[in-house]
Ligand binder design. Structure first.
Ligand code: PMV
Length: 354
């Protein structure tokens, strides 16, 4: 019996998320300079399966890693470094060999950041393995806090992916239970946001010209840093109120202001980076134009890259699709769009002892 408890297979599907108030700037071990709020997505996800078995040598973590069916040493080394750097977190896992397999629902080279889905799927797997060998001592909110904390250590924004619908990360008086250390689910959100759409228009699938770690670091020397962090706090409070009251226009306005602020911060960093492409700007202008002309609640946001996320409520899904298909798809690289929307958070796909 003892032996059965020391070998098993656990798998999770975990989604990406899109921030409305953006986390940009960090300190210490992945702690945020300002609070952020995001929608948890559903169609852009990672599935990660961990097979674990006890090993003779218990002095360190050992692992194999394959991505989309192929052994991948680059990813394996990144995970090994993460486990090594945080090894005091993973005491129990040192008795195991971990065989990890991962795949994404979207093409790896699509220009969409995969770290939120991949690192939250990994954290869910690691925390489930340690919880399973410790007789499931953690459950419910406590388990999710631990998963969110571990996700954060792997990739900051990943900590928000573990909750359904919307999550907040960063300590803020208006948000009960909020923390620098992990994200929390945002309660009391108006149902209009529970199935909000986010169509991701791929403007370029090129690798980002600056990694997000380097981008966060640039905030340390940015002359606007202090006022930016205050602005993000203020906007988080306004956004939370608008999310509760169902004020789509206020949410859309903050989404756009935040995206443009993030890009402006990168443009005035030393060195500076222009992360949008001409087609990103053209899409933004067409989105503003349709909103004006047809009074449709269609808004945009961007991550630290050129791709445009088109945000709109489900009630206007057919008009939004018609607009995207007739006016925006032609501006996408190879016509690529990922039609995503707010979802229910991660799902366990495997859990058995061997
Ligand atoms: O989690 P990181 O370190 O890849 O940073 C993500 C930062 C943004 O995506 C630009 C904003 C956010 O809050 O997700």
């Amino acid at each position: 019996m003892e032996k059965n408890r020391h070998a098993g297979q656990i798998g999770w599907r975990s989604p990406s998320n899109i921030a409305i108030v953006k986390y940009w700037g960090k300190y210490g071990n992945q702690l945020p300079r300002n609070p952020s709020i995001s929608f948890t997505l559903s169609q852009a996800f990672t599935e990660t399966i961990i097979r674990y078995r006890t090993k003779e040598d218990t002095s360190g973590i050992s692992l194999d890693f394959s991505f989309e069916g192929q052994p991948n040493d680059g990813f394996k080394n990144r995970i090994a470094q993460f486990l090594e750097k945080n090894k005091e977190e993973f005491g129990a896992l040192q008795q195991f060999h971990l065989d990890i397999e991962s795949k994404n629902s979207f093409p790896h080279s699509s220009g969409i950041a995969s770290s939120a889905s991949s690192m939250s799927a990994l954290a869910l797997g690691l925390c489930s393995v340690e919880n399973s060998i410790a007789d499931n001592t953690l459950s419910g909110t406590e388990l999710l806090k631990r998963v969110s904390h571990i996700s954060r250590l792997a990739s900051g924004s990943a900590c928000r992916s573990v909750y359904p619908h919307l999550a907040a990360w960063g300590q803020l008086d208006d948000i009960p239970g909020s923390s620098q250390d992990y994200a929390v689910e945002l309660d009391g959100i108006h149902p209009v946001f529970h199935d909000f759409h986010d169509d991701i228009l791929i403007v370029s699938k090129e690798e980002k010209s600056v990694s997000s770690s380097a981008g966060h670091r640039l905030m340390d020397g940015n002359v606007y840093a202090a006022s930016r962090y205050q602005q993000a706090k203020d906007r988080t409070a306004i956004l939370y109120a608008a999310l509760k009251s169902g004020d789509v226009e206020a949410v859309g306005k903050i989404a756009e202001d935040e995206a443009l602020t993030l890009h402006a911060l990168m443009m005035c960093s030393e060195p500076s980076f222009v992360l949008m492409k001409p087609n990103s700007l053209e899409m933004i202008s067409r989105i503003k134009d349709i909103r004006q002309r047809k009074k449709l609640p269609i808004y945009f946001t961007l991550d630290a890259g050129p791709n445009i996320h088109v945000l709109y409520p489900d009630a206007i899904a057919s008009q939004a699709k018609e607009f995207i298909d007739s006016e925006l798809i032609q501006l996408c690289e190879e016509g690529r769009v990922i039609r995503d929307r707010v979802g229910h958070g991660p799902e366990q796909i495997q859990n058995f002892s061997l």
